[in-house]
Ligand binder design. Structure first.
Ligand code: AKG
Length: 281
């Protein structure tokens, strides 16, 4: 349950944490599901093609259940209202003692979603401690704005574009969002955040779930897919996906392939548009 005070804090700072959500059994179910997925892949998600990190709810019924978790959806509803779609989800995994990190960035940069209402719930499936490279955030101080980024292709970046904010801001004011397994944080699409390498001896596993209200749409040339998880799709701006009927079935894989391709096309277009917009600013 998110209180009115917490909603006000979210509007001011752009993030909220921690919220307990999953029971130990639910965490165990998710970890077992991830293990089965990696067995099927024949490799850890971190070594596999990047597409397997994305939109797992199309392929895996346990991820579909996770993104519909009542505690998560109730919190998201208090921020963006009762008609909720999932735009994407990402496995954010850092192996023990690995250099993988996220440079300072804002999620809005290459998504091309308007208005800026997208909120990410980051669900910890193992302890996301500071040592393990949990997310760090900087308050928007009531005035969120899009900052200039560059898709630098940074080595060891957990984010696809290897992107980073390339203008100065008060990064020393960063707050570490430590999360015990089974809990989640929320951050606004213009919230500046990063994460350091994992210096711990355990695997840091999280699922970032991108929720949008049904009235949000993309500004680019592509019609994308999304999954309705609460209320009605009053906006009709996306092709609605269906939940997986089984784990990694042929039609699930085919749907995932199609949705991911369009997601990447939009991402590439938005990367170019961002460059152009700031070059002419
Ligand atoms: O998991 C991380 O360390 C970074 C996650 C992230 O960038 C995000 O959730 O938007």
């Amino acid at each position: 349950m998110v209180t009115a005070e917490q909603v006000a804090l979210y509007r001011q700072h752009g993030y909220l944490f921690p919220f307990p959500a999953l029971s130990p059994d639910e965490v165990a179910e998710c970890r077992a599901g991830l293990e089965r997925f990696e067995q099927w892949l024949g490799t850890p998600v971190t070594d596999a093609d990047r597409k397997w990190r994305s939109a797992g709810y199309i392929l895996l019924p346990w991820v579909d259940r996770l993104i519909r978790h009542q505690s998560v959806l109730d919190a998201v509803e208090s921020l963006i209202g009762p008609e909720i779609l999932v735009y994407t989800s990402t496995f954010f995994i850092k192996e023990p003692n690995s250099p993988v990190f996220a440079a300072w960035h804002q999620d809005a940069t290459y998504f091309g979603l308007t208005p800026h209402e997208h909120v990410t719930a980051w669900v910890a499936l193992t302890d996301a401690t500071a040592e393990a490279g949990c997310m760090e955030v900087v308050s928007s101080r009531g005035a969120p704005r899009q900052l200039r980024h560059a898709a630098l292709g940074l080595a060891n970046s957990i984010n696809g574009g290897g992107q980073a904010i390339v203008e100065g801001f008060d990064e020393e004011a960063a707050v570490a969002m430590e999360l015990p397994a089974g809990s989640f944080s929320l951050h606004h699409t213009l919230c500046r955040h990063r994460s350091a390498p994992n210096r711990a001896s355990h695997r840091r596993v999280g699922l970032g779930i991108s929720y949008i209200p049904a009235y949000a749409r993309t500004i680019g040339s592509y019609r994308l897919s999304a999954l309705l998880v609460r209320g009605r799709d009053t906006g009709a701006h996306f092709d609605l996906l269906s939940s997986p009927e089984c784990e990694l079935g042929p039609s699930e894989i085919e749907r995932h392939e199609r949705a991911y391709r369009r997601y990447r096309e939009n991402y590439a277009e938005q990367t170019e548009w961002h460059e152009r917009r700031f070059a002419s600013a």
